[in-house]
Design a binder for this molecule. Sequence first.
Ligand SMILES: *Cc1c(COP(=O)(O)O)cnc(C)c1O
Length: 520
Amino acid sequence: MSTAGTGTAGTGTAGTGTAGTADTAADAGGGETLYLEPRLEERPAALLTTGAAFLHTLVDALGSPLNVVLPGQIAENAERFRAVFRRHRLTGRVFFAHKANRSSALVRRLVTTDAALDAASLGEMQHALASGWTGDRIMTTGPKDPEFLWLALRAGAVVNVDGPGELERAAELVRAYGLPRCRVVLRLSGFETSGTTLLSRRSRFGTPARSLKHLLDTADRYRDAVEPIGVGYHLDTTSLDEKAAALEGCLTAMEEMRVRGFSPRAVDVGGGFGVNYLAHADQWSRYTTALTRAVMGERPPLTWDGHGYGLRMENGTVKGALGLYPAHRPLAGAGYLDELLSRPAAGLGGRPLGTLLLESLHELYVEPGRALVDQCGITLGRVLEVRATDTGAHLVRLAMNAGDVGLEDHGVLVDPVLLPRDIGDGGGAGAGHAAVHLMGNLCLESDLITRRTVHLPRLPRPGDLLAFPNTAGYCMDFGATHAQRQPVARRVAVEREGESWHWCLDEQYWPITRPGGQRT
Ligand SMILES: *Cc1c(COP(=O)(O)O)cnc(C)c1O
């Protein structure tokens, strides 16, 4: 990596954003401050404090917006999942759901660990192979076009099959092109245990657990071409109950497979372990309470145009549901997996699910996306203009648009961190809380980077940077476009060595040291 200057010591307003109190505070004007301070682990927190000047240099050189990824962090996160496997004495694999972030640096750093990778498109599959992954460490999930399926089979990847149709297509390809026998995981959904009570939500993907027989009939017909190695699910829910029910359903399905003469060995519990975005639980509960009161008209709006994030008033009562990610999640990531494995299996004698997996000698597969890139990325945007309005909140226009930072789009409410242009300038005499609306660079009324009013420790100035924390999971460039020919963010990989920060373009990152000791 090239060295682009060393960071200077901490500044006044960089860091976690506020003056350190999580309590409700009143600013000079009597307004309430509703901070949603980000939870920052050591690596990103250090970058935003000691690396603030360095980040300004990067944006000066590479433009705004700019995406920064921290490859060291993904390896650390993978190790946390591994530790949970060890605690439950389970073997198996941690598959990174690549779709959460298209970074090369993250995927190349991860290949040096014992993790595996979940590819959900032909492009991701090609990217993984070109980054040093081998087929035996790849699983393919999601909708598969024929080219994707063929490459997966050619490379010897595990295919996570959606249903009998896909199983047949895979088997026919194996036969037609003389490909190696394919290991498949059968994706199930719609788990029911007691009668017809549906214990997991409806999904576009997977085969209803009750139709497993049909799937096994198909597998039976193609024994020469496919080898079912297990069953799995991926549920897009935060509910542990639903996941525990699905895991229980999988244990039953494993037994059914064995009875049918197969030798399954892996249970795949999918992804969805989640991320805790916020530093303080009380800020989150205060914010959501205030939002509800604002929708009820009991306090001034907290959002642009009175947007209610799913809540609305109807005949004097609040209707709808808050369509937000639970930004403060004390139980997330590897801790969530730990909790799932510790859950008693109600329908299988009440012993913990992890114990049942262990005793059946099943391997555990997990597919974390968002959780594996927790703390792995930051999106930077430069402040272009700050304008007063008659409502008191300022309009802050940034050199980026809503597609460049998808936090709002994904319902994740978390404050950006202000990195002043003049390092060491905490705001001077004018320092103090400011309420702002963050606007994008598109000529569209709807191009709001945040629909809520964001509270900052001081009013930004043109030239300052706003650092949107923890964007690596889906919120980096999942929805970035070239609309209006505005630039799409470049991505850089950043690592710390001693007191200095090093960077390179994401695509130029390789996890090796060049001759002479310089990082790639
Ligand atoms: C998206 C996805 C994941 C990852 O989900 P996260 O919520 O990011 O952990 C895992 N498996 C499958 C099949 C997916 O579609």
